[in-house]
Design a protein around this ligand. Structure first.
Ligand code: G3I
Length: 323
């Protein structure tokens, strides 16, 4: 087949047959989502897939602190605006990502030395971003990756100056800025029982006891091959806090060998069924569309479409779980 014919076919097929978002909705969930950003919403084949199979978009980088407030009080929203406009044009949800995170944090924040000053800075950052997109963002990852692997509070400029209270400050500012948005705490390695999961459950318990406005726990779910079996029970453990839960950044590091592709397909099906099995699981977001653009690199082949935008067995696994 000529390359042009094949390309035309690939552009056409997902739009006709792509159904993951409608299928998860038919199972009572809110969305099947993907990370997106200028690198994908500006590419025709990505747009075709994003609009055929995905009902929610998370900006992969463009709402992070270094992208939105690179210097104090000076905000840049070009890429974030484009992502929100794209979602609105297609009637899709947006998960805002992320307001307070130790990573991709501009140095002017890291060098703050006064608790009072940092409090004002957090409040201004959260308020400015959320006010700009008020009513257009379904859920925000308000605080990202605040725990160590042993479940204790990660050391960052935020925790060093404010202790755990930085979380309260961020969530209170978030609720005030957009009362309708769902407010999430988001972290990785919450896929199996252990100190980090217990630490998250305990932290959420303390936040709720203090009256901090929080609606959900995001479990990123960046996992290795063969590690999906504990996810359903762990999602339920997180949901037992009384909050919503969401799988926010799913990818499964693998390779292109056929044995690994088969295992990856089974793992994707297991993760998809895990969300379906947990009543408080609202949806699943994959961390990108194709292996070509994954943060893990194409060799890890972690997503549902390959580098030529052909659906992988992983796609079939998710599709089977939703059918
Ligand atoms: O924007 C610069 C560009 O100006 C420069 O030329 C280029 C050269 O390397 O770098 C660009 O920045 C990169 C940025 O992505 C935007 O493309 C950074 O180097 C790169 O490190 C950054 O990676 C992102 C990573 O977060 C950073 O922490 C990934 O794309 C993104 O997928 C990843 O996403 C995180 C979630 O936000 C939180 N959970 C973990 C997940 C995976 O790490």
């Amino acid at each position: 087949m000529k390359t042009t014919t094949l390309t035309a076919l690939l552009l056409f097929v997902p739009a006709v047959l792509g159904l993951l978002d409608p299928k998860i909705k038919a199972k009572g969930k809110k969305y099947f989502g993907s990370a997106a950003d200028p690198g994908t919403i500006g590419v025709a084949i990505d747009v075709t897939i994003l609009t055929s199979d995905y009902g929610a978009y998370t900006p992969e980088n463009s709402m992070k602190w270094d992208a939105t407030e690179p210097s104090r009080g000076s905000f840049t929203f070009t890429n974030a605006d484009a992502l929100v406009a794209f979602a609105q044009a297609h009637g899709r949800l947006v998960r805002g990502h992320t307001l307070v995170w130790h990573n991709q944090l501009p140095s002017w924040v890291s060098t703050i030395t006064s608790a009072a000053d940092l409090t004002t800075v957090i409040q201004n950052h959260v308020t400015t971003l959320m006010a700009r997109y008020k009513g257009k963002i379904y859920a925000w990852d308000v605080v990202n990756e605040c725990l160590n692997e042993d479940g204790t509070l990660r050391s960052s400029v935020f925790s060093r100056l404010l202790g755990e209270n930085f979380i309260d400050i961020a969530f209170k500012a978030a609720r005030a800025a957009d009362p309708a948005a769902k407010l999430y705490i988001n972290d990785f390695n919450l896929d199996a029982p252990g100190a980090k999961t217990s630490g998250m459950v305990a932290l959420v318990g303390r936040l709720k006891a203090r009256g901090v406005p929080i609606d959900g726990i995001g479990t990123q779910t960046h996992i290795q091959l063969g590690r999906a079996g504990t996810i359903a029970a762990n999602l339920q453990t997180l949901a037992n806090t009384g909050l919503d839960v969401a799988i926010t950044e799913l990818d499964i590091a693998s390779s292109t060998s056929s044995a690994n592709e088969a295992q990856q397909s089974a793992d994707y099906a297991t993760v998809a069924r895990a969300c379906l099995a947990v009543a408080r699981c609202v949806g699943i977001t994959t961390w990108g569309v194709s292996d070509k653009d994954s943060w893990l690199g194409a060799a890890a082949a972690p997503l549902l479409w390959d580098t030529n935008f052909v659906r992988k067995p992983a796609y079939t696994g998710v599709d089977a779980a939703f059918t």
